[in-house]
Each structure stands twice: as structure tokens, then as C-alpha cells.
Design a protein around this ligand. Sequence first.
Ligand code: GUN
Ligand code: ZN
Length: 453
Amino acid sequence: MPTVTNPLDAPLAPRAYRGPIMHSLSAEELRFLPNGGLLVNADGRVEACENWSTLQATGRLEGVEVLSLPPDALLVPGFVDMHVHLPQMEVAGCQEKNLLSWLEQHIFAAEARFTDANHAQNVSQWFFEELLRNGTTTAAVFLTSHDEATRIAFETAERLGNRVIMGQNLMDANAPAALVKPAEQLLQETEAQCRQWHGRDQGRLQYAWIPRFAITSTEELLAGIGELRRRYPDVYLHTHLSEQIPEIEAVKNLFPWAKDYTDVYEKFGLLGPRTILAHGIHLSDDELDRIQAAESSLAHCPSSNFFLKSGRFRLFEILRRKMRFGLGSDVGAGPELSMFKVMKDGQFMQTEALAPLNALFYAATLGGAKALFQDDRIGNFEPGKEADFLILDLRGKTCMALPNASQQDTVSALTVEGGSHALLSKLIYLGDERLVQSGFIRGRRVYQAGLIP
Ligand code: GUN
Ligand code: ZN
């Protein structure tokens, strides 16, 4: 294996970032510090996140380098994308009439190209750089069914500094020959990769078992994955669930004994903590009960659901239940990686009432971290967590920053008397990746746009 230079191994001097800071404390509570300080220690962890004056009074800033944010800048946690497909980058935005025909027309061919290691290398580099450029510091990623392309993806993420949960795509039925393998071979390959990658670099790289969805899995494969789950309880399971009506009908025909779609996964022991279920659009109350009781998580992918006309996620019900859930771009059914756009689509999808802005921002940060069982290490700026954050520049998108004539910088103008509602609202409705000035993972810079010196 080639030696990698891990950017997160770079030595770090303690540093304090001074300026406006916004982060979630819960789904309901947002903390906004107009003149805040984020103190990052030499381990790349949050030492403190307070009002600047409070931080100064503690004496902890002595001898610490201070970086003052320029006007119109804002510091926020790195985004968490709970569901995204690396091999679908090049076919994002290719319209097709429904999920199953879209898979057949565009997706399987794109994934089959990963037999070529050069192609896998090029797309992996592109994908992980793009995630960082979009401000996504943590992602739960679907790959292809190729052993070598899986290794290449892990090596690339390790080298670029991304925080990831990913694994080989496991399919042994109902897909083109180039993408299916016998269950036994898939189980052997995925276990070997898990042993190599799970927990690497202090847990920055984590492994997931990825049966694509029920339709491309035989019972033998699902049973084998259930067995792996029992043997490796801290490894993730990531799959799709109940996205579209024709898909659900096909599942009924393939698994006639199952009382519903969720039951297919349940019977094989695939539900539980660290199980990530993408979409969950058409779930009954009973299915939600069982998913919640199992402590499994839902990845809500509104942009994708719009694109494929999958239906409407039951956001208010999920919030009422306090289920573990976060947001996913689901590129390539979702057209773009930007979690700003995913938050906005999450809002637009709810046509009966307004989704609370705090809940959307939470879902893209701390909520996603909680749904991935990583809220002990990322998601907001609680002391002790690893410092994954973004410096946003509101001038990055011209219609966001107010004209200079306003005398004030935009963040202050939008947060008169410390209220953050207008600022958060602008971020969600108008924000995009052009705001992302730089990105940090575990206190180290992994991305810089170069707009601000
Ligand atoms: N269901 C099974 N595979 C896929 C996929 O690649 N994308 C989406 N959106 N749904 C799926
Ligand atoms: Zn998906």
C-alpha cells in the first residue's frame, strides 16, 4: 500500500478563532455568539467556545495565537452528509422517470466503470475534494461493488483528511453482471476491508456494511450481513428503505413473507444502533416505532426525493418522536453536494407548515452527528469534541452580503440585539458552497478557497 501523508498528523499550535459563531445545542436550541471565541487545543479539540470576553477572563488565551475573522465571516460546525454515492458524481442531474428506471438507465453503468482503477482514482479524488469545498466534513458514503475501488476510496479519504463512514456496495441479485458477485465472495471481501479500515486514524475512517437495498440482495446475503453485524457490533450498516412505491411493490414480490419493507431488514438482524436508513418516505407508524425502538437512524434526502418524485418525508412526525435523523445530499439522485441546498429543500418539501430553521441546521450538523452515533466527537463546539468547523464568508455570494453603505457588516446587521433568526434564515434560503471560505477537521485546515488572505 502506498504511504499516505495524513494532513491530520500535522503538528498543531493552540489557536483561538475570534468572531461570530453559530452552533446547535439541540434540535430546538441554537447558540449564536456575536463576538465569540473558539479555542482549539494542540490535539485539535475544542477547549472552549464562549463569548470572547468570557474566554479572555479565564486567562486561557495567554500565549495563544488569535485569528480574528474578517467582517462578514461566520464560524459554524462542518456539515454532516448522512447519505451520498461517490460513484454517481458524474451522472448527477440525469433525469429519468422513476427510481428503478433511473438505476437501470444511468446508475448501474456509471458504477460499472469503477472496474477501472484509474477511473476509481480520478472520481475518488474529485468526490472527496468536492465534499470539502462544499463544507461537508463528515459523510456516510456508498461506493461500488468493487474491492479495489473501495480500497482506493478509503486511501483517498485518508490522504485528503475527510471524516467518512463507508464500505463496499454489496449486491448479489437483480443488477447487471458487472456489479453482482456471489454472496460468499462479497462477505469475505467486505469483512477483510472492514478489518483494514474500520476505526483508522482515531476513528476518522469508519466502515459500513452496505447491502444496497432489499431488491439487490438475496436472503443469503442479508443473513450473512446479519452475522457480520453480530460479530462487529460497532460497525455501521447503511442501506436504502422505503423510497418509492414501485420499489416497495417489488420488495413485496421478492420477500412475500415480510409484513412490510422494514421487516425484511429486521428479520436478518440488520436494525439496531448505527444502522443508517436512507429515505424512509413511505413508512407506516408501526415501522417508525420499530426503527426508533431499535435506535436506527433515518437519512432524509429531500433534494433526491424531489428529483425522483419519491414523496414527502414525515419531518414533523420524526421531530415529534425525537428520532435519530439527519440530512443527506444523496448525490447523484440529489443533484448537488451542498448541504445548504439540502437544508433549503428540506424546508421547501414541507408544504403544510414551516419547518423550524433550527431543526434544519441541527439536522445538517449535530443531528446528523447524533444519527451517526458520533455526537460525542463532532456536530457542535462542546468542549472536548474534535474541532470540525467552517469559516463562512457571506461575501462569497454577492446577494447575501449587504452593501457597504449599510455601515455595518452583514452578520451584525442581520443579528441586531443578538437574535440569529434572520442570519440563519438567509443561510438556509440563500446559502451555497460559495460561502465556504475554509474547512477544518480536527483543528487542521483541509480546505481553503483563498478569497480571504
Ligand atoms: N435505491 C437503491 N439504490 C439507490 C441509489 O443509488 N439511489 C437512490 N436514491 N436510491 C436507491
Ligand atoms: Zn442513495
